[in-house]
Design a protein around this ligand. Structure first.
Ligand code: HEC
Ligand code: HEC
Ligand code: HEC
Ligand code: HEC
Ligand code: HEC
Ligand code: HEC
Ligand code: HEC
Ligand code: HEC
Ligand code: HEC
Length: 432
């Protein structure tokens, strides 16, 4: 009796949901979702599943949980073998099992390495060791019934949402303390150049958590990998770094890499001031002795980069002033753009930590600035000469006009009265 009541109550509450569930599941031709009575009693799960990517593939409750979908009695619907998937391991094996089925996934062009990668991740290692329920499993990152395509901007694993998804655990200081992990990484990332570029400017070229850590195989990059991780995007900088004494020291077991000077998460816009002094991340923070040859290299790199930057800035100001006076300066702006490009390359070249490598680039940059200045000077000279000429010529014309006018008055009105209209117009133009 009690059972029938439950059935009725469930049916009443969930009927609209079930109606929504089966017929509206977006059909992939023959793979439309199967009508299942489970939905009558489990409206919430059914609605979530209907809006998930799994509904597209015709996946129903029984594909994951088993049971008898034709029954309306709890006992028979669940049967003896209902898979509750309540432990992390069961859930992992359910999601991961199907996703490593090559035959099945080939139809959808999906990769089949998520579960095997998972076991190599820090999450998976811990799970394998003691079944720790605090680590991430498939459902912690993707959700359970409402799983969406990873590229869907509403998906919890979309780059825009990873900070929040990973942050549910990684920003939880109490939880992270148990593993000796830093819970500030999420906030540091959010306010870094990378976080701001991705989250505030929606710029897809900036890295999210999974870009640097991997998604299924999530682990911190090992010392030797960090340049590779950053170098995916900053490839020019990386190539110069690879030629530096720092890369050599790193390959010998010391650790001087991108993150030593820029941090992994709190990446801030760098400045040339880092070449001077011994503040955190500055050259002197490791090369503490003022007499260390590295300090002299730092000072020279600083002088080279800031010298070129200043020359560019001053010349830009001169161009602006000259432009305000009416000079047309297309070519000069072009030369200065060349100089700016060379400055960008010279800044990247500082990563070789060698002044020799940088000299050529700085010389070319200074040459481009010089070219801009010479051109500007020539144009200004021509402009000035033309102005002098116009002034003298204008003055002479005026004098000539006055002389003509006076001459006209002297020889009397008869001359003026005898002329045609067109001559009169020519005359007045001349006078003007
Ligand atoms: C007649 C209503 C009804 C039908 C039909 C029904 N269920 Fe349930 N289900 C329930 C109720 C009530 C509970 C919670 C009580 C319990 O654990 O038995 C439940 C619990 C569950 C749970 C969670 C078990 C747990 O202990 O955490 C799963 C999973 C589940 N159902 C799956 C299914 C699937 C799959 C189907 C279809 C094959 C189905 N149910 C059909 C009523 C129903
Ligand atoms: C793609 C696999 C998959 C499909 C399809 C699926 N489930 Fe589940 N379901 C799971 C997993 C995994 C869990 C365990 C989640 C957890 O522990 O948080 C679960 C948990 C549940 C629970 C327990 C919820 C709770 O809060 O304890 C119920 C009830 C349930 N599912 C019902 C259904 C019903 C009804 C359907 C069909 C409409 C369905 N599921 C379809 C994978 C699936
Ligand atoms: C720590 C979070 C996390 C866990 C745990 C996780 N995923 Fe993912 N998953 C992601 C992210 C992030 C992406 C986005 C793809 C990317 O950018 O690498 C993704 C993408 C996917 C994709 C899309 C195809 C692909 O491989 O890129 C599938 C399928 C998938 N995951 C299935 C699973 C399965 C199955 C499990 C459990 C074995 C799982 N995921 C565990 C975060 C996770
Ligand atoms: C019965 C097999 C099956 C099970 C179990 C299953 N999936 Fe899937 N999953 C699929 C298929 C098939 C697709 C492809 C659907 C498509 O591309 O239309 C898919 C797609 C996905 C995607 C989207 C991939 C992309 O293109 O971005 C994610 C994420 C995903 N599943 C995660 C999970 C998670 C998490 C679980 C466990 C809760 C799970 N899957 C359980 C079969 C399954
Ligand atoms: C459900 C909670 C949870 C979620 C969600 C989660 N993690 Fe974790 N993660 C953990 C726990 C707990 C550990 C510690 C495991 C250990 O040390 O054994 C960990 C460890 C890690 C580590 C290894 C740290 C180290 O030095 O040992 C990395 C890297 C990591 N997670 C990245 C991610 C990323 C990236 C995401 C999101 C795509 C994510 N995690 C989502 C709980 C989570
Ligand atoms: C630009 C690359 C990059 C991005 C983006 C990034 N990380 Fe990291 N992460 C690193 C590097 C490099 C390390 C190791 C060195 C260090 O700790 O700075 C690391 C270390 C970690 C660790 C171990 C910290 C510890 O205390 O040992 C965790 C956990 C972690 N990251 C999680 C995340 C999460 C969560 C996100 C997204 C909010 C994220 N990371 C984004 C590069 C990145
Ligand atoms: C997925 C691509 C990607 C990865 C991986 C990446 N970055 Fe970036 N990085 C960017 C983008 C995009 C910007 C912002 C645009 C710009 O200023 O160049 C940026 C900006 C920067 C800046 C500031 C540049 C400036 O002139 O203000 C630094 C420093 C930096 N990244 C260092 C790193 C380090 C260190 C790592 C590795 C731990 C790393 N990046 C990994 C894409 C990436
Ligand atoms: C020894 C310290 C140090 C190391 C190691 C280092 N950088 Fe830098 N980086 C700097 C300094 C100092 C600047 C500022 C240069 C300037 O402003 O003139 C800088 C500037 C940058 C810039 C902005 C200028 C540009 O060229 O776009 C990026 C991006 C960058 N670094 C990325 C990286 C990456 C990626 C790595 C690893 C391959 C790395 N850095 C390794 C010290 C370092
Ligand atoms: C994180 C520590 C660290 C930082 C920061 C650092 N260095 Fe180094 N540097 C080293 C190590 C380690 C070596 C390898 C030689 C050694 O063991 O003393 C080295 C070697 C050098 C060398 C080769 C010197 C020689 O005697 O062979 C130069 C040049 C150099 N660094 C310049 C710089 C400059 C310029 C900066 C600032 C942009 C800088 N370093 C920042 C750690 C650092």
């Amino acid at each position: 009796m009690r059972l029938t009541n439950t059935v009725l109550a469930c049916a009443l509450v969930a009927l609209p949901a079930s109606a929504q569930f089966s017929p509206q599941a977006p059909a992939r031709s023959s793979r439309a979702a199967k009508p299942e009575n489970c939905a009558v009693c489990h409206g919430k799960e059914a609605r979530e599943l209907a809006s998930s990517i799994h509904a597209n593939a015709g996946i129903g409750c029984t594909d994951c949980h088993g049971g008898d979908p034709s029954s309306m009695e709890v006992a028979t619907a669940h049967g003896k073998e209902l898979k509750k998937l309540a432990t992390p391991r069961e859930a992992l094996e359910s999601c991961g099992g199907c996703h490593s089925d090559v035959q099945r996934m080939r139809l959808y062009g999906q990769r089949t390495d998520q579960l095997s990668l998972y076991w190599t991740s820090k999450h998976g290692e811990r799970m394998a060791k003691d079944g720790d329920a605090n680590v991430a499993i498939c459902t912690s990152c993707h959700g359970v019934h409402g799983v969406l395509a990873a590229r869907d901007t509403r998906s919890p694993v979309h780059p825009f949402n990873q900070g929040e998804t990973c942050g549910r655990c990684h920003a939880d200081a109490t939880l992270m303390a148990k593993y000796g992990l830093d819970a500030k990484v999420v906030e540091q990332y959010r306010t870094s150049v990378h976080g701001r570029t991705l989250l505030e400017e929606s710029h897809p070229a900036a890295p999210s958590c999974a870009t640097c850590h991997g998604s299924h195989g999530a682990a911190p990059p090992r010392v030797a990998d960090i340049a590779q991780v950053c170098g995916q995007c900053h490839s020019v900088v990386q190539s110069h770094y690879d030629a530096s004494p720092h890369a050599a020291a790193t390959s010998k077991g010391k650790s001087v890499q991108c993150a030593s000077c820029h941090e992994g998460h709190a990446v801030a816009p760098p400045s040339a001031e880092m070449f001077l002094g011994d503040a955190e991340h500055h050259c002197g923070s490791c090369h503490a002795d003022e007499k260390d040859p590295a300090r002299a290299v730092g000072r020279e790199l600083h002088a080279g980069v800031t010298g070129l930057a200043r020359a560019i800035q001053e010349t830009e100001q001169e161009l602006r002033t000259a432009g305000g006076r009416g000079l047309f300066l297309g070519a000069e702006k072009g030369y200065l753009d060349d100089a700016k490009g060379l400055l960008v390359r010279a800044r990247a070249l500082t990563h070789a930590s060698s002044t020799a490598a940088q000299t050529d680039m700085l010389n070319r940059g200074q040459a481009a600035v010089l070219q801009t200045r010479e051109n500007l000077a020539t144009k200004a000279r021509i402009f000035r000469d033309r102005k002098i000429f116009t002034t003298i010529f204008g003055g002479l014309t005026l004098v000539f006009a006055v002389v003509l006018w006076m001459y006209g008055r002297t020889i009397g009105g008869g001359w003026k009265r005898g002329r045609t209209g067109s001559e009169a117009r020519g005359d007045s133009k001349h006078a003007a």
